[in-house]
Design a protein around this ligand. Structure first.
Ligand code: NAD
Length: 374
């Protein structure tokens, strides 16, 4: 079989879905790997490195994807590209099929077997394939660094001849994968760090990283280790207590999310108006609407009272080398579930395959359209 990796085309996307290391391992599974020239360049992987790992290089997208049995990607390919794939081809990556009608139509009409990895169940066995976690780690790290860069203050406490500088007080809202990495990074820079989440189990995780748990007296654990939406009363209580607290904070890193919903609005315009001038907010939730009311995706603005509000997008791509290394390993581990000895065979009793595949009705017989080869 042929596993193909085309160059990403989304603006600003620097990551790549396979590394030379994972190409070698895909080859060991009996696949032939085809990589478009330049696909890994922005992630630090040269064409020579891929060729050295046994990959065949192709000149353009069409030549890369032609006849491919498995296509690995970071961002969803354009609908026009999907219609060039062979019927029954397997697609693995961040596919967001429901976000774009042309894309979902192309997947269905070509009979593609799509595995949008953002649908992967978050079980212990799935951890090695969990792209949301690996990419959120990089995003949380970069969010803190952007905050440090924008802040007109030091993060650490400094004792200097010009007097003592007090450490910055950083509040991280949302202590999932990205938030915990943001907390760890802010701690390493020497800031005084607080974390806040509606899932009570995060208290211990925040404290284990040297942060302080900000207790606003609201707890909303949902299903599958995620948060649920807050009730109106819970939200009002959270807002009032948070507003008071933010008057003392220098930096906020926002990472709160509820799966399948717009980002919860937590920091209101009124709260920002109550903050000290020179404070900084970096809103990692910008792409899904932001945790702060003033956030504009892709922009950095100054509020009327001198608070900087940044809404960076695709932070994982900023750390393309390590983000791609992790992403590529996640994909390799997932592909290993159905590629063995150079052939594709789906075990639909495996919940990682059955719950990730899209459309959910597509569970073709393992002896169907998927032949051996390569
Ligand atoms: P996420 O990106 O969906 O959300 C980020 C954080 O925002 C979560 O911690 C959530 O509780 C928090 N949040 C939501 N609404 C909030 C509000 N109103 N105020 C404050 N915080 C709010 O989550 P994620 O980082 O992808 O994952 C969350 C958790 O899922 C992890 O910490 C872990 O427990 C679990 N998880 C399990 C696995 C696995 O076992 N394979 C993998 C990843 C995550």
């Amino acid at each position: 079989i042929i596993v193909a990796v085309a160059r990403e085309t989304a603006p600003g996307e620097r990551r790549v879905a396979a590394s030379p290391e994972t190409c070698k391992k895909l080859t060991a599974l009996g696949a032939r790997v085809r990589v478009q020239r330049g696909a890994g360049m922005a992630a630090g992987f040269t064409d020579d490195a891929y060729a050295g790992a046994g990959a065949q290089l192709a000149d353009d997208t069409v030549a890369t994807l032609e006849g491919a049995d498995v296509v690995l990607c970071v961002q969803p390919p354009a609908a026009a590209t999907l219609t060039t794939l062979k019927t029954g081809a397997v697609l693995v990556g961040m596919l967001a099929p429901e976000a774009d009608a042309a894309r979902s139509d192309a997947i269905v009409s070509r009979g593609l077997v799509a595995f949008p990895l953002e649908r992967l169940p978050r079980t212990t066995r799935a951890q090695a394939m969990d792209i949301l976690s690996s990419q959120a780690g990089m995003a949380g790290y970069k969010a803190t660094l952007i905050a440090a860069q924008l802040a007109p203050r030091f993060f650490p406490m400094l004792t200097t001849a010009a007097g003592t500088i007090r450490p910055s007080k950083v509040l991280v809202i949302g202590a999932g994968v990205a938030g915990l990495q943001a907390i760890a990074t802010a701690r390493r820079l020497g800031a005084q760090v607080e974390g806040f989440d509606v899932r009570p189990e995060t208290r211990e995780q925040i404290e284990s990283l040297g942060g302080k748990f900000l207790d606003l007296g609201v707890s909303a654990a949902g299903e599958g280790g995620y948060a649920r939406q807050l009730t109106d009363e819970e939200r009002a209580l959270q807002q009032q207590r948070l507003g008071e607290h933010l008057k003392t904070v220098d930096v906020i890193v926002c990472t709160a999310a509820v799966p399948g919903r717009p980002a919860p609005k937590i920091v209101t315009a009124a709260m920002v108006a109550g903050m000290k001038p020179g404070s900084v907010i970096v809103d990692l939730a910008a792409e899904t609407g932001g945790n702060c009311e003033l956030t504009r995706a892709g922009e950095t603005i100054d509020s009327a009272n001198g608070v900087t509000v940044a809404g960076p997008i695709n932070l994982a791509s900023m750390g393309a080398v390590h983000a791609s290394e992790m992403y590529a390993r996640n994909l390799l581990n997932f592909v290993s579930l159905f590629v063995k000895d150079g052939a594709i065979a789906f075990d639909w009793n495996d919940e990682l395959l059955a719950k990730t595949v899209w459309p959910t009705s597509v569970q073709p017989s393992p002896h169907g359209a998927f032949g051996k080869g390569g």
